[in-house]
Design a binder for this molecule. Structure first.
Ligand code: CTP
Length: 420
């Protein structure tokens, strides 16, 4: 399974309508696609349809501060293996050639150090115009890789060079450029590197949202980053991963079967439907309580009567339920994640025993650690007879180390089993 991701910059031409097809074609080859739309492109293709096909947020505006905080243009490029501009309009090509950076698309293109591919699409006369040809020569000299355009009938009723290349052609050229094998994008991982091949891993991640009425809900600060990084690391190790995620701003991890839910009850129900599993890793910050009766209409402010009282009931404990399953129904290894703000070791080891899971990974989520929502983590692992403390590292490194430790445990156990 591949972990490649392409950032598609969609220019404002009629061929923009093919973007969903392009995303699907990348996905079919195991390549994740994230979209960035120019203002003109949004006239041809809806951000909503792109978001649903890509399973990711669609980026549009350089000055959307939230995006800049969460995901600056540098980050967009950093998280991609390549950038594909499709359709590449004469305008975008001109900006690239000149080094103009006045919107999110052009700024990202100027800030990237990743391979850039362009699939031009424009009217035949625009294509042949000396200005366009001059700009294209400059882009070629800059190392930009060209895909097409093709010759044929155009949307404007003319015939000639300027049609965007076929989707298959574009995907093939990007994959060739990145040295990705078409048949099995997993060429990167030889079987030796896939210690968890054949294992079904069931995971939860992110927060849950427990509705109060149609517009309000109870939530928590979990970003889902650590859980998604672990799901990705499992997929890289060859496992089949079912990830049940609460609401997050993160894209679907590549190579992972994700189901997005809102509430703890929905999360439990999908976990139950996803069994059996060999390994379960419950990283979700499941809300402990929900409102006992959700209002069907928005609760109105009753002037003079004071604030309403919320009556809460306890949510099901998914980890405890899973840990207490018997025989073949119980995954061989059940791991919980304890979020604590004090007495981490004491609370987490007691929580492991109380819930009945095999390992409890503890992290200190008090605000001063910056762990909740941040990119780093410091964890402790509690097993029935052992306790390890890991140094502070990125959530990605925690994920890879944890999956390596789990692989080691699984192979040691299966080597022992025939004799036991
Ligand atoms: N968990 C769960 N279902 C719940 C609550 C928690 O599956 N209703 C799981 C979490 O996914 C995590 C582990 O239990 O793997 C510990 O979660 P945490 O929030 O730390 O524990 P709580 O049971 O909520 O305990 P407390 O709030 O008292 O710390």
């Amino acid at each position: 399974m591949s972990t490649h991701r392409v950032l598609i910059i969609i220019g404002g031409g009629i061929a923009a309508y093919k973007a969903p097809e392009l995303i699907r074609a990348f996905k079919k080859n195991g390549i994740g696609a994230r979209c960035l739309l120019t203002a003109a492109a949004a006239q041809f293709v809806s951000p909503l349809s792109l978001a649903s096909v890509s399973g990711d947020k669609v980026y549009e505006n350089l000055f959307d501060l939230k995006d800049e905080v969460e995901m600056g243009h540098i980050q967009l490029s950093r998280e991609a293996d390549a950038i594909l501009v499709a359709p590449a309009t004469a305008d975008l090509i001109g900006k690239m050639a000149m080094g103009v950076a006045n919107d999110l698309a052009s700024t990202t293109l100027l800030a990237t150090d990743k391979p850039v591919f362009i699939a031009p699409a424009m009217n035949v006369r625009m294509w042949h115009h000396p200005a366009t040809q001059r700009n294209l020569s400059q882009l070629k000299a800059d190392g930009i890789q060209m895909i097409g355009p093709d010759e044929g009938d155009m949307a404007c009723g003319e015939f000639g060079l300027g049609r965007m290349s076929d989707i298959e052609q574009i995907v093939t050229q990007v994959m060739d450029g990145l040295n990705i094998e078409a048949s099995d994008v997993a060429a990167k991982y030889t079987p030796v590197d896939q210690p968890l091949k054949g294992q079904h891993v069931l995971m939860t991640a992110g927060p849950t949202h427990e509705p109060i009425d149609p517009v309000r809900y109870i939530a928590n600060r979990s970003s889902g980053k650590q859980g998604y990084a672990i799901a990705t690391a499992f997929a890289e190790a060859g496992a089949t991963v079912s990830l049940i995620s609460g609401p997050t701003n993160l894209p679907d991890p590549v190579g992972v079967n994700i189901t997005r839910v809102e509430t703890a009850k929905e999360m439990l129900s999908i976990v139950q439907q996803s069994l059996p599993a060999d390994i379960a890793v419950m990283t979700a910050a499941v809300a402990d309580w929900r409102v006992d009766t959700q209002a069907n209409q928005k609760v109105k402010k009753d002037i003079g009567a004071g604030p309403p009282t919320l009556s809460l009931v306890e949510n099901p404990d998914i980890l405890a339920w899973l840990s207490k399953l018997e025989g073949d129904k119980r995954p061989d290894l059940v791991i919980g994640f304890a979020a604590e703000t004090e007495n981490v070791a004491e609370y987490a080891s007691a929580k492991r025993a109380r819930k009945g899971c095999d390992w409890m990974v503890a992290n200190n989520v008090s605000p001063e650690t910056g762990i909740m929502g941040g990119d780093n983590n410091t964890i402790d692992i509690f097993t029935s007879d052992d306790h390890e403390t890991w140094p502070n590292m990125s959530k990605k490194d925690v994920a890879q180390k944890l999956v390596a430790r789990i692989s080691h445990y699984v192979s040691a156990k299966s080597n022992k089993e025939p004799n036991s």
